[in-house]
Design a protein around this ligand. Structure first.
Ligand code: ATP
Ligand code: MG
Length: 356
């Protein structure tokens, strides 16, 4: 997959940008705070219609502007606009307005590598759930449908629980359990299929200890092993009523990442956590490539940060072998981007403007 052109208006510090992108991609060099990450964020907005930094839409709007616009073409033309006044976003695919965002998600496929990815490994379960939810939503259409249905049912069930209405809450058990079963099995199947690859990539990056990726269901042993979610919900209703929330289900689960016998979240060093985060991004790229039959665009933000020389060199080889498609690479220093991999034009970003 290849982004051929990009238009940006009033997106963070980028007032106006119209560029054509080279087939192999580009290296963007710029000092701190010039807009490199903003540019990658704008591109990724066309994938998910959300910020990869978790920012709200209105935070993406340039200070003082009424809204922002991003458009780009990669086989299909995708545009997204947001206006502060109505608080609405408008998305088009091949010039047709899209009513359901879910239908437009993933028309452009990219994988964002960011220094903040270490937070996926080092932070709490919510970040790891978000990681797997995004990648499965982009690779399996029915996953996004099930995930949305699960969230709607969960919200209603929790609202009833908070008001102490057990019967009303239980009316949502079936829709919740049906959607949750799809979410759970899709996640578990994916983890099972990728854990070997996760270990192999960590090893190739220079990690001597065997890395593991496991799916961890939340709850007691019996709850973890329950196959019938409806029965599980029925058995935990008293606890749910006491706590005013649904205490079992995929919305509480976690991806467990470890080196040897030790949790990476708790015991990993910065470089080890980064290594694991990069491995997660690379298996995301592989998953998307298999699902869509196209290589995702690699968006690399400061990708070498925290890695020692050996791991940097290994990463270069890995990127070349597993993600040889279009690469948009941002770095604060020219010297940080080894020319042997990224033989691409070098542009400079200054004050939200690209000098090509
Ligand atoms: P670094 O090398 O430090 O990561 P960067 O080039 O990636 O720098 P960005 O994060 O892309 O920097 O841009 C940060 C700049 O964008 C800051 O100066 C910030 O003030 C500005 N900025 C962020 N949000 C907005 C907004 N909504 N409107 C205008 N400017 C914004
Ligand atoms: Mg940045």
């Amino acid at each position: 997959m290849q982004l051929t052109d990009l238009t940006v208006r009033n997106f963070r510090n980028i007032t106006s940008l119209d560029i054509e992108l080279p087939e192999a991609g580009v290296v963007i060099i710029g000092a701190n705070g010039q807009g490199k990450t903003n540019l990658l964020e704008a591109i990724y907005y066309l994938v998910l219609f959300r910020s990869f930094r978790g920012a709200k839409d209105r935070e993406l709007v340039q200070f003082g502007a009424p809204g922002f616009f991003v458009g780009g073409s990669a086989n299909t033309r995708v545009t997204a606009g947001y206006e502060v006044a109505g608080g609405r976003k408008k998305v088009t695919v091949d010039r047709e307005p899209v009513r359901r965002l879910g239908a437009a998600v993933g028309r452009i496929v990219a994988v964002p590598f960011s220094p903040e990815d270490r937070g996926i490994v080092a932070g709490g379960p919510a970040g790891r759930r978000r990681y797997i939810d995004v990648l499965l939503s982009l690779s399996e259409p029915r996953y996004l449908v099930a995930l949305s249905a699960m969230r709607v049912a969960l919200k209603q069930r929790n609202a009833a629980l908070r008001m102490g209405h057990g019967d009303t809450a239980q009316a949502f058990d079936t829709p919740f359990a049906e959607a949750a079963a799809i979410v759970l099995s899709t996640r578990m199947t994916w983890v099972e299929r990728r854990t070997g690859r996760f270990r192999a990539i960590c090893e190739a990056l220079g990690e001597p200890e065997p890395a593991q990726l496991r799916y961890r269901r939340h709850g007691t042993k019996a709850e973890e092993e329950a196959t019938d979610l409806r029965m599980l919900l029925a058995s935990t209703i008293d606890r749910d009523l006491r706590r005013g929330t649904t205490t079992v289900g995929p919305h509480r689960d976690d991806l467990q990442l470890s080196l040897g016998d030790h949790s990476l979240q708790t015991y990993g060093s910065a470089g080890q956590q980064r290594t694991a985060a990069i491995a997660l991004r690379l298996i995301e790229a592989e998953t998307l490539a298999e699902a869509t039959g196209q290589l995702p665009i690699g968006l690399y933000d400061d990708v070498f940060v925290e890695l020692d020389d050996a791991r940097q060199a290994n990463l270069l080889t890995l990127i070349r072998d597993t993600l040889p498609g279009q690469a948009i690479v941002a770095a604060p220093r020219d010297s940080e981007v080894p020319p042997e991999l990224f033989e691409r034009p070098r542009w400079t970003m200054r004050g939200g403007k690209l000098e090509t």
